[in-house]
Design a protein around this ligand. Structure first.
Ligand code: FAD
Length: 478
């Protein structure tokens, strides 16, 4: 086996494995080093996203949503299910199979593209040398003409709520329970807290989310976040904002969570607790001091707009660097870095990266919020359309939520699109495409959308920007 490569990638998550494959497609020799082991101790590519993030959470969200719909919504369709039973271990087996199959798929892609997959922990040494410590503690050294760092992130732990077996867990633990807790507490009502809270709520747990911030989903558009909070509370998700956790105590099997809000100190008694307060970059020990890799605030590897670090020929991508901690953002950076190494002039458009929260209904957005536009002093116009007025949404029993389009008041260029509703994760792609092409709201308003579809709500919202949505009641003119 060679020890010299054109590119050595450290990390095989969605940032690293995609970078490795793109490098190979461009004719570069590539090794991808990764230390993830599955429950059986076998190397498993795909990083957090595949093994403990995007995919397993979506598998459980899908199963739990199906269960919830069978219990409730089907009656509205005139269907009656006499008995339905819950098999949580069966749900977990399905989820594990999906993860395993997709992992085998990545391994096959590595083989077919000629990417050398090296198992172990990589550490950057001076002159783009990488030391790899294998799971059996043996060591080896490889060198890259270029090195791409893609070691991702790990859950932030809270000193006031230390992890404890199956009772106090991080997001990874909450994806692997085989029984439903009667009372579940979640510290953090962000994307991960809401998604995992939703899974267990739908399966029957009484769920309380404690969020330290005063505002709910501060990164989302205010109107959308407020509407979503109302819907989530109606589903039984007890979201408490301005609630700062002080301590946790195991009282004979009951976890007592002490937290403070504006009214004083309170206690929440739960059977299990998820700590979902964000993630930190995995940069500790990634490079030796002699290598001289520059880290920035919060331990993120310092990079320029093209993901170049302070070291010549060394790049960093994904959760390890600034920007949203999203799989598709990391993958896009991986592609762009590979292409730049191969001499192309690629760039990531950070203005058009979609965000999605896979709750019910889903929340998705791209571009700026109204608050951001106001703060930046941008003159904008807004068009909104409720799913309640969409024929397809009504037929689907999915009339909750809305679409909101924001465009520049002078140029009409679309600056942001915000969706709360069924399949928002899919609908947002149309808005991303429009923004990528610099479309105006008029461009979308003049586009023909199939009827009846949820996408028509996006079309109507673009028509609403200029006050001409068809299926929206307006005050009568005299
Ligand atoms: P990672 O996926 O973290 O991969 C890094 C890899 O590097 C890992 O395999 C790690 O073991 C390995 N590694 C670390 N250090 C070393 C080392 N020194 N040597 C060798 N290997 C090393 N994002 C979305 O876009 N959509 C979602 O729906 C979504 N859902 C999520 C749900 C949950 C519950 C969680 C926790 C996260 C979710 N995310 C989602 C976030 C997403 O998982 C991350 O943004 C994404 O995985 C980051 O990709 P990455 O390649 O940068 O890092």
């Amino acid at each position: 086996m060679s020890t010299d490569y054109d590119v050595v990638v450290i990390g095989a998550g969605p940032a690293g494995y995609v970078a490795a494959i793109r490098c190979a497609q461009l004719g570069l020799s590539v090794a991808c080093v990764d230390d993830w082991l599955d429950a059986a101790g076998h190397p498993a590519p795909g990083g957090t996203c595949l093994n403990a993030g995007c995919i397993p959470s979506k598998a459980l969200l899908e199963s739990s949503e199906l269960y919830a719909r069978m219990q409730g919504e089907v009656a509205a369709h005139g269907l009656h299910i006499e008995a339905i039973s819950l098999d949580v271990p069966g749900m977990m087996t399905r989820k594990d199979r999906i993860v395993r199959d997709l992992g085998s798929g990545i391994a096959a892609l590595f083989r077919s593209n000629g990417v050398e997959w090296l198992h172990g922990r990589g550490q950057l040494l001076p002159n783009r040398q990488v030391h790899i410590t294998a799971p059996d503690e043996t060591g080896q050294q490889v060198t890259g003409r270029h090195v791409i760092l893609a070691t991702g992130s790990a859950p932030i732990e809270l000193a006031c709520a230390p992890l404890q077996g199956e009772r106090i867990v991080d997001s990874t633990g909450a994806l692997n329970w085989s029984t439903v807790p009667a009372r579940l507490g979640v510290i953090g009502a962000g994307v991960v807290g809401l998604e995992l809270g939703s899974v267990w709520r739908r399966l029957g747990a009484a769920v309380t989310l404690l969020e330290a911030q005063d505002s709910f989903l501060s990164m989302a558009d205010r109107q959308i976040a407020t509407a979503a909070l109302k819907l989530f509370r109606a589903q039984g998700l007890d979201v408490r904002t301005s609630a700062r956790v002080l301590s946790t105590r195991d009282d004979d099997g009951t976890i007592r969570v002490s937290y403070q809000d504006a009214e004083g100190v309170h206690e929440l008694a739960v059977d299990r607790l998820i700590v979902a307060v964000g993630r930190r970059p995995c940069s500790e020990g990634l490079a030796t001091a002699e290598a001289g890799l520059l880290l920035g605030e919060g331990g993120f590897v310092h990079v320029d707009e093209h993901c170049a670090t302070n070291l010549p020929g060394v790049f960093a991508i994904g959760d390890l660097v600034r920007g949203p901690m999203l799989a598709h953002k990391g993958s896009e950076e991986g592609i762009v870095v590979a292409e730049r190494i191969a001499g192309q002039r690629s760039a990531v458009n950070y203005e058009a990266i979609p965000s999605v929260i896979y709750t019910h209904p889903e929340i998705a957005w791209v571009g700026r919020t109204e608050a951001e536009l106001r703060q930046a002093g941008v003159d904008y116009r807004s068009g909104q359309f409720p799913f309640a007025a969409s024929g397809r949404a009504r037929a689907m029993e999915a009339a909750e939520g809305m679409v909101k389009v924001l465009s520049d008041a002078r140029s009409d260029r679309i600056l942001g699109v915000h969706i709360l509703g069924a399949q928002a994760s899919e609908l947002i792609a149309q808005a991303v495409l429009a923004m990528e092409f610099g479309a105006s709201s008029e461009d979308m308003a003049r586009t023909v959308f199939a009827h009846p579809t949820l996408s028509e709500a996006l079309h109507e919202a673009t028509l609403a920007v200029s006050g001409r949505a068809i299926h929206l009641a307006v005050p009568r003119r005299h």
